[in-house]
Design a protein around this ligand. Structure first.
Ligand code: GSH
Length: 220
């Protein structure tokens, strides 16, 4: 790899974190440029094809979509973190996409104004996580003994659930023993811990306070 990689990020973004975990895990040197998504600079609007983060700058080229960025990073740096069996690999891709869709429950739960709306969003999330519980290997990682791209893809969601548990005293994983053990393992890994800014819990606390929904009422 000739040029240093640069990720364009937003401090709260779980999708950027997917790529950072891969780069950390592989000890790849990279730059991160943070932007304010509520007031993005002009250069970002020109650079980002969909106006979203993450964007990965590779020389004069840019990549977008976190799952695509993850796979690109995996392909250009050893060791390979995708399963070699084509069928397992394809299934992992499908569950990674499912995890991306599940991320919408984070803002949905934060923005819920009433207990009913929050419980509805939480039930939707737990229903989705239950489907993942069924296909999880029950090993250390999703596929078994080896850390893979799919583990990096889910760690950001699991980290946000832990932040809400700590800030608001709600629990999400009580009925999901495999996911609970998986979350504990992933969130203890240095590549995951170091994939966010230190003040992430405080940033979420501030965002909750500004949103002033039901979750915020549990925290403050
Ligand atoms: N499917 C995209 C989702 C990326 C995404 O939604 N990023 C958010 C920040 S966490 C964003 O840039 N939102 C700005 C917008 O939608 O205008 C991916 O996986 O990269």
């Amino acid at each position: 790899m000739s040029e240093k990689l640069e990720l364009i990020s937003f401090k709260l973004c779980p999708f950027v974190q997917r790529a950072v975990i891969i780069l950390n895990y592989k000890n790849v040197d990279f730059d991160v440029t943070y932007i304010d998504l509520s007031d993005p600079p002009d250069w970002f609007n020109t650079l980002s094809p969909l106006g979203k983060v993450p964007v990965l700058k590779v020389g004069d080229e840019v990549l977008f979509e976190s799952s695509v960025i993850q796979e690109y990073l995996d392909e250009i740096t050893p060791p390979c973190l995708m399963p070699s069996d084509p069928l397992v690999k394809a299934k992992n891709r499908a569950w990674i996409a499912f995890g991306g869709e599940m991320m919408m429950y984070v803002p949905q739960m934060m923005q819920a104004k009433t207990e009913e709306a929050f419980e509805e969003a939480k039930a939707g999330l737990i229903d989705k996580l239950s489907r993942l519980e069924v296909v999880h290997s029950a090993g250390t990682y999703f596929n078994g003994d080896d850390f893979a791209l799919i583990d990096a893809a889910y760690a950001p969601l699991l980290m946000r659930l832990e932040i809400f548990e700590k800030l608001c005293g709600v629990s999400f994983l009580d009925s999901l023993p495999k996911i609970k053990r998986w979350a504990d393992t992933l969130l203890a890994m240095p590549c995951v811990k170091e994939s966010v800014v230190d003040e992430l819990p405080q940033l979420y606390a501030g965002a909750l306070q500004r949103t002033d929904g039901y979750l915020a009422s549990l925290a403050f």
